[in-house]
Design a protein around this ligand. Structure first.
Ligand code: PRX
Length: 662
C-alpha cells in the first residue's frame, strides 16, 4: 500500500503503454505487417475473416460494390450462423462449456451449457418455433433479460433462417410494441421476470402490456419461467406457451441448419437516431459473422480454451456481437451474468473473474468509473491473475479511468483494447491490436487493418493532427449494416448523404458518416469525442433526445420541452429536460413525477431525466430554433459564449438561476 502513491504518480505521467511481452508472444495477431498487407490486398484481405467460418457453399466474390452504398460481401456463398456457432465445434469441444451463466441471486448455482447441451436445446427450440409456424425470414422478437434462453432463442432462429429482433429488457412496453410494429413481427419470446439487485422483477406484465400495443395479430408468445416460486402469478393466454414445456415436447428433436445466403438477414437491431422512430439496423449472415469472428480473434485474442466475460447486455449490439456470435463462432466459453455489478456487493464481477478464471474481460467506461468510485479494495480482495486482456466499449474513456483499469484490474499486465464501433458497424472498427500496437490511454487507436477510417472537416477534407473533426469510413467493410429495415431511403439519408455524391455509382464517391466527432494524432491514433447528432450516451446506452422529448411533451400540462445530454461523473452523460408548462400548470413535484413516468413508459427507466427544469421560455434563435447547445452548456455549468444572437437572451439567466438553486 505504501507504494501506491508513487505508482499512481508514475502512471499519471505515462501516456504510452507497450503490450506485455508475455501477451505478444501468445497473441493471435502479433505481426505489424498486417496493416500493409491488408491495405495492399484489399478487399481480398477479408477472405481471412471468411476463412474463420464454415461455408456450405463457397462464395464467388469477396465484395460486390457495383451498387453503392448497397454493398454485398461474400456473394454467392451460403452458411448458417447456428451451425457455425455450435455444430462445427461439437467434435472437438462438445464437452467444453459454451455458455457459463451466472444468475444474480448468490445462492443459485451457475448453469453451464456445454456445446452439446447448447446444440440439444437450440435444436429443440428451433423445432418448437418451426412447429409454431415460424418460417424463413419471419422476424421473431425477443424481449428477454440476461438468461441463457436468450442466446438459445437467437441461435434457434438463426438455425431456421428467421431473423431475430432483440429488444432490451429494460425498454418499456410501448418501446416493445413500437419495434414489433415496425418489424411486422408476429412472434415474441419473453420471460416472466428476472432478478435485479435482489428483487424478482415482473417482466411479463410489461411484455403483455406491450403486446396490447401491437397493431397486427401476434400469433405466438413463448414465456420462459425464470422466477419459479418468486413468479408474479400471471396466467398464460391461449397463444402463450411455456418455454420449458415446449422444449420438453420437442426433446431429442433435430433441425438441419437452413442454408442462408451470405447476404440474408441474420438479425435486426433497433437503435436511436436524431429524429423519428428507432432505426431497424439490418445485419447479414456472412459479412456480420465473419467480421465478428475475425475481430474476436484479432482484438479480443479469443482462443477456444479461454473463458471470456463481456459484461454488456445481449439486448444491445455489444452483447449480440461479443457475448453471442463472435465468441461462439470461435468455440470458446462465453460468460453471461444476469444482474448488476454491485449485488450483493461491489465485487461481484471480480468474484466471477476469480471463480471462473476469466481470461478476457470486456466492459464499458461507465462501469469502470463506478468501480473507481467504489474503490480498489473490491478487486483487491480477489485473485484476478487469470486475466490476460481487458477491453472497453461504448463511450470515450478518460485516461484516469483507463489507468485505474490497467492497474487495479489488469495489474499492469494486460493490454487494454479501447474499441470504437456502433450498432451499425456490426463490430469493432477502431482499436489497437493488442499484440501489435502500443496503447495511448483515452485514444481508441488506429483503424482496424483494411479499414479506412478518417477524421475530416465539414467539407470532407482530412483535418491536421490534433484538430477536431468528424469521423468517416471511406471504404466498405464486411460487418457493415446493409440498410435500415424496409427503408433504403432513410439509410442513405442518415449515413451517406452528408459526405457522398449520392448520384454516383462509383464506390469512391460514397463515404459512411457515423455521426461522431473525433481527433487524430500524427501517428494515426483516433480519439473519439462523442456524438455530433442528438443522441445521448447514458451509461453506454444510446438514446435519442428527440424520443425523450416527445415523451416529455406527451405528459399532461407540458407545452414545449427541450431535452439535452450533459456530463455525468459515472454515467458519462445524463438526460436533462427543460419544460414550458401550459397555462394553469404549476410545474411542481407532481408534474415532475408525471413527466418521469411518461419517459419511463415511452422508453424505459434508463431515459429518466436527471433534472427537470421548468421555465417560462426556452432559448431560441431568431428563426425560432431551440438552442440545445446552450442548454447543454447550462447543464454542464460551463461559461456561455455570446448569447446576443438569441431572440430572447434574458431567458438564459432565468434558467441558470433555476439550475443553480436546485
Ligand atoms: O458515440 C460512439 C460511442 O457509442 C456510439 C455507438 O453506440 P451504439 O450503437 O449503442 O453501440 C455501442 C457499442 C458499440 C458511437 O457512435 N462509442 C462506442 N464506442 C466508443 C464510443 N465512443 C468513444 N470511444 C469508444 N470506444
Amino acid at each position: 500500500m505504501s507504494q501506491q502513491p508513487e505508482l499512481e504518480a508514475r502512471l499519471e505521467d505515462q501516456n504510452e503503454f507497450e503490450p506485455p511481452e508475455s501477451f505478444v508472444e501468445q497473441a493471435n495477431v502479433s505481426d505489424p505487417s498486417i496493416y500493409e498487407e491488408f491495405d495492399e490486398n484489399w478487399p481480398e484481405c477479408w477472405e481471412q475473416a471468411a476463412d474463420l467460418l464454415d461455408w456450405s457453399e463457397e462464395y464467388d466474390q469477396v465484395l460486390d460494390d457495383s451498387n453503392p452504398p448497397f454493398y454485398e460481401w461474400f456473394t454467392g456463398g451460403s452458411l448458417n450462423a447456428s451451425q457455425n456457432c455450435i455444430d462445427r465445434h461439437l467434435e472437438e469441444r462438445g464437452d467444453e462449456a459454451a455458455i457459463e451463466w451466472v444468475g444474480e441471486p448468490t445462492g443459485e448455482e451457475n448453469r453451464t451449457y456445454t456445446y452439446e447441451d447448447l446444440h440439444r436445446e437450440v435444436n429443440e427450440f428451433a423445432a418448437a418455433l418451426r412447429e409454431m409456424g415460424v418460417g424463413e425470414d419471419d422476424v421473431v422478437t425477443m424481449h428477454m433479460p440476461m438468461i441463457p434462453e436468450l442466446p438459445i432463442a437467437m441461435l434457434a432462429c438463426a438455425r431456421i433462417g428467421a431473423p431475430h429482433s432483440v429488444v432490451f429488457a429494460g425498454f418499456s412496453a410501448s418501446a416493445l410494441a413500437e419495434r414489433m410494429n415496425a418489424a411486422d413481427s408476429e412472434y415474441l419470446v419473453t420471460a416472466n421476470g428476472y432478478y435485479r439487485r435482489g428483487d424478482a422483477l415482473d417482466h411479463l406484465e410489461k411484455a403483455n402490456e406491450g403486446l396490447e400495443g401491437v397493431e397486427h395479430e401476434v400469433s405466438d408468445v413463448v414465456v420462459k419461467d425464470r422466477l419459479g416460486d418468486d413468479a408474479h402469478g400471471h396466467d398464460l393466454a391461449d397463444n402463450q406457451h411455456d418455454y420449458d414445456e415446449l422444449v420438453a415436447e420437442h426433446a431429442g428433436a433435430t433441425v438441419d441448419p437452413v442454408e442462408r445466403d451470405a447476404e440474408d438477414m441474420l438479425f435486426l437491431m433497433y437503435t436511436s437516431g436524431t429524429t423519428g422512430e428507432p432505426k431497424g439496423v439490418k445485419h447479414t449472415t456472412g459479412g456480420y459473422l465473419a467480421w465478428n469472428a475475425w475481430t474476436s480473434q484479432a482484438v479480443l485474442d479469443i482462443k477456444p480454451d479461454d473463458t471470456y466475460f463481456c459484461s454488456a447486455d445481449i439486448g444491445w449490439i455489444t452483447g449480440h456481437s461479443y457475448i453471442v456470435y463472435g465468441p461462439l463462432s470461435l468455440g470458446t466459453t462465453t460468460v453471461m451474468y444476469e444482474g448488476t455489478p454491485d449485488h450483493p456487493e461491489q465485487d461481484r464481477f471480480w468474484e466471477i473473474v476469480d471463480d471462473l478464471d476469466v481470461t478476457q474481460f470486456y466492459t464499458a467506461p461507465t462501469a469502470i468509473r463506478a468501480f473507481m468510485k467504489w474503490g480498489a479494495e473490491y478487486p483487491d480482495e480477489h485473485d484476478l491473475s487469470s486475466l490476460r486482456l481487458l477491453g472497453t466499449v461504448g463511450e470515450p474513456i478518460n485516461p484516469k479511468a483507463w489507468k485505474w483499469y490497467y492497474k487495479h484490474i489488469g495489474d499492469e499486465n494486460c493490454p487494454i483494447v479501447d474499441t470504437w464501433w456502433q450498432t451499425e458497424t456490426g463490430g469493432m472498427m477502431v482499436t489497437t491490436l493488442p499484440g501489435v500496437n502500443d496503447m495511448k490511454p483515452g485514444s481508441a487507436g488506429p483503424p482496424i487493418p483494411g479499414n479506412d477510417v478518417r477524421v475530416v472537416d465539414a467539407s470532407g477534407d482530412e483535418v491536421s493532427a490534433g484538430e477536431a473533426g468528424y469521423l468517416t469510413v471511406e471504404k466498405p467493410w464486411p460487418g457493415m449494416l446493409r440498410t435500415l429495415y424496409q427503408n433504403d431511403e432513410r439509410f442513405i439519408q442518415e449515413y451517406w448523404a452528408e459526405y457522398s455524391d449520392t448520384d454516383s455509382d462509383d464506390p469512391e464517391d460514397w463515404v459512411y458518416f457515423p455521426e461522431d466527432g473525433a481527433k487524430i494524432d500524427d501517428d494515426g491514433y483516433i480519439t473519439v469525442v462523442g456524438r455530433v447528432d442528438d443522441v445521448v450516451n447514458v451509461s453506454g446506452h444510446r438514446l435519442g433526445t428527440m424520443e425523450i422529448e416527445s415523451a416529455v411533451v406527451a405528459s399532461e400540462g407540458v407545452a414545449e420541452a427541450a431535452v439535452v445530454g450533459a456530463d455525468h461523473e459515472v454515467k458519462g452523460e445524463a438526460v436533462h429536460a427543460y419544460v414550458i408548462t401550459e397555462d394553469g400548470y404549476d410545474g411542481g413535484r407532481e408534474m415532475q413525477d408525471q413527466i418521469e413516468q411518461s419517459v419511463e413508459d415511452a422508453i424505459g427507466p434508463i431515459a429518466r431525466p436527471e433534472s427537470i427544469v421548468f421555465t417560462p421560455e426556452l432559448p431560441k434563435t431568431r428563426s425560432g430554433k431551440i438552442m440545445r447547445r446552450l442548454l447543454e452548456e447550462i447543464a454542464n455549468g460551463e461559461d456561455l459564449g455570446d448569447t446576443s444572437t438569441l431572440r430572447n437572451p434574458d431567458v438564459v439567466e432565468d434558467i441558470q438561476q433555476q439550475v443553480g438553486s436546485e
